[in-house]
Write a protein that binds this ligand. Sequence first.
Ligand code: SF4
Length: 404
Amino acid sequence: MVGNPLDRALARARAFERLGDDDAYALLHAGSPRWVADGDREWSLTEEICELACRQRDRDRDRVLTWSPKVFLPVTNLCRDRCTYCTFRRDPGEAGEWTMTPDEIRQWSERGKEAGCIEALMCLGDKPEIAFRGFSAELERWGAASTAEYVGLACSLALEADLLPHTNAGLLSHDEMRNLRPVNVSFGLMLENVSPRLRARGMPHQYAPDKDPAARVSMIADAGKLRIPFTSGILVGIGETEAERIASLLELRRLHEQYGHLQEVIIQNFRHKDATPMSGFPEPTEDEFIRCVAIARLLLGPAMNIQAPPNLSPHGHARLVNAGINDWGGISPVTADYVNPGDPWPHLEDLAQTCSGLGFELEPRLPVYPEYVNDEFLDPDMRLAVERFADLPAAVAAQGGAAL
Ligand code: SF4
């Protein structure tokens, strides 16, 4: 194949060939203001990459974009890490510290069910019992010997309310995941970035031992060995280089090619928040982020579910669709995005209208994708729980989800 590395990468993408690592790095040149003449039309290289990304997405898919109706359960906001962009975490005794009681979990799950939710997202801080001795005593009161065990109890309560749990509890061990698998349809852990540089002095993960990339890669691999449908992704704009972004996407691709368990990859843009050490840190530009989404689609291929959170790009929905996403992730009618409290969920009607204007139907989905609903990836009880949602759009409408 002739031409420079960038042209070769684009030609491969056009031919639906698997892009190699060299192609991936060549696509970094998308940052240059190259313009391509195509008949009467002139377009930027970013537009060219986005168009190729859409061709990949649309190759074997219906014109459908999905979202997951969810209730967000912030099981505890105690966390032993201190990521410098985070407003979620608290120390014991700090204003806003909160661990949900079993009653709160039950009530919120029931409220979510009534509002049409399907997913119970268990989202919490990392390993609080290691950092805060008093927390273990609190867990013992509820019969749990560890945070992971308490999450298992929370999942059982959500299942009783006829929701499907998806756990994102930070770093979990192989045994913790094995024990939680029978009460979850999927798990999640953002890789964020594969570069250990982000844990160096002055970097966002300096005081976040659980953001060690090797440990996160190891957990994602363990999930693969346990045959757990898994959600991961990267966080764009926290001080990583473009090359580190690409390396992170390639690492996720490697993990998926080895284990076949990554059900979706989230491309999440950093939003700075007041009263954090990164409050003045520049957010990625829309162009920069869109390019990253499109490159993710090209690297991960047509079959991967690529997601971008709509509340973090409130004015960029159409551009995200045109960069090759096929999913918006969880949107809740009853709970805020506790990790990004300043970024409200979009109105579903508006989102549906944007999708429809671009030729797509907006449809609800389960927190486990159809390709993973089988005996290999789901515990028998979870298969039964999932089967209750066989007729999904009708089931959501009947529960009131259409009114979100
Ligand atoms: S981002 Fe997660 S791991 Fe980091 S401090 Fe916040 S809750 Fe803890």
